[in-house]
Write a protein that binds this ligand. Structure first.
Ligand SMILES: Cc1cc2nc3c(=O)[nH]c(=O)nc-3n(C[C@H](O)[C@H](O)[C@H](O)COP(=O)(O)O)c2cc1C
Length: 352
């Protein structure tokens, strides 16, 4: 910390909420300002999901959250853009494979990979420097150390999502204040810094222990929560708090699409799978026909595959057809209930 830095409270203080639970940032619509405000009101620590949004849309969400929740600590999550490496032949072959499905759904796809999508990272960072928030969490990689220093200078705590011990050491090395340690059971995208790396099947509690042995930073554990015992085990492993995603997807305040909500409650879905089929990056989804039919052909190109399949997923979701939609879900999905988010947090809180 330099003399010019605005004071920032330690992560341990910010996360000393009534419940040791964090509402996960879930980009793509699931996390709404209303959900984040409900998490705050219920005694958890709320996040807004900045991924996929423009800087202006993020600002609108922050304003809405502040109006609903008042002056409470909260976080904003950003995707850190990586180097786009696209095997154009493999990409074209995947587009060819998808073309009949796209025709069937009347959802035209663009066969040219989108190469200039940095998720508006620079603009969103500028917006968060101009109007600082208490916490920023970073996913999919680490920015230049100056970005962390600039957030610190405006009084913002910086957290990084990590999926193994070397990523945790790298995050500590650029000055992050805390870690979100994500195990392979988590729903949605794996936050691996190298998008080409395989994700090892690992219990989140074991990963928390391993990271805590190597890095002396506060840890929020994420991945696979299905009840209060899972939360207790993660706290026991040394986590300061537990980040919950999937179990919030069916809550009243979430913005989860109708087709996704229905699939999460549908007993015909019996498994989750880690797949690159939808976006080119490994992500855990309910196993559906899209994964079975296309995963083997999907190249590891994010966000290019995300843009390629988006028209298909959008058309299928609109038609209420879960076979062709990304149905993000962690391994605990069967414990997600349709209820107020406050009820979810209450039933996940282990007895003291
Ligand atoms: C629908 C969905 C969207 C997600 N979007 C994001 C995101 O935008 N940023 C992020 O850091 N993590 C995201 N995640 C991962 C969560 O932050 C968290 O790691 C995960 O949900 C925890 O595991 P669980 O789903 O088993 O509770 C998402 C998860 C889901 C289910």
């Amino acid at each position: 910390m330099t003399a010019s830095d605005a004071a920032r409270p330690p992560v341990t203080e910010l996360l000393a909420t009534a419940r040791p639970l964090v509402g996960a940032p879930m980009a793509g619509g699931a996390t709404t300002p209303r959900l984040a405000a409900a998490i705050a009101a219920a005694g958890g620590f709320p996040f807004l999901a900045g991924g996929y949004l423009t800087a202006e849309a993020l600002r609108v969400q922050i304003d809405e959250f502040r109006q609903l929740a008042g002056h409470v600590p909260f976080g904003v999550n950003l995707f850190v853009p990586g180097q786009a490496v696209v095997d154009e032949a493999a990409f074209a072959a995947y587009a060819d494979r998808l073309a009949p499905l796209a025709d069937e759904l009347d959802a035209p796809i663009s066969v040219r990979p989108v190469m200039d999508d940095d998720d508006h990272f620079g603009e969103k960072l500028q917006a968060l420097l101009a109007d600082p928030v208490p916490v920023v969490s970073l996913t999919f990689g680490l920015p230049a150390p100056e970005a962390v220093a600039r957030l610190h200078a405006v009084g913002t705590c910086v957290l990084a999502t990590v999926t193994d011990a070397p990523e945790a050491e790298a995050a500590a090395g650029i000055g992050c204040d805390g870690l979100i340690v994500q195990g392979s059971r988590a729903g949605g995208h794996a936050g691996t810094h190298d998008p080409l790396r395989a994700v090892a099947e690992v219990e989140t509690a074991d990963l928390v222990r391993e990271v805590r042995e190597r890095v002396d930073l506060p840890v929020i554990a994420a991945g696979g929560v299905d009840g209060p015992e899972a939360v207790a085990a993660l706290l026991e492993a040394g986590a300061l708090a537990v980040q919950v995603g999937t179990l919030l997807l069916r809550t009243h305040e979430a913005g989860t699409s109708a087709v996704h909500r229905q699939a999460l409650a549908d007993p015909d879905f019996t498994q989750t799978a880690l797949t690159r089929a939808f976006t080119g990056r490994l992500a855990r989804s309910l196993r559906n026909r899209f994964i079975d039919d296309y995963a083997a052909a999907a190249p590891p190109a994010y966000p290019q595959v995300h843009h390629l399949t988006k028209p298909i997923r959008t058309a299928a979701a609109k038609a209420g057809q879960p076979d062709w939609v990304h149905l993000w879900a962690g391994t605990g999905w069967q414990s997600a209930r349709e209820e107020p988010a406050a009820a979810t947090l209450a039933r996940l809180t282990p007895p003291r």
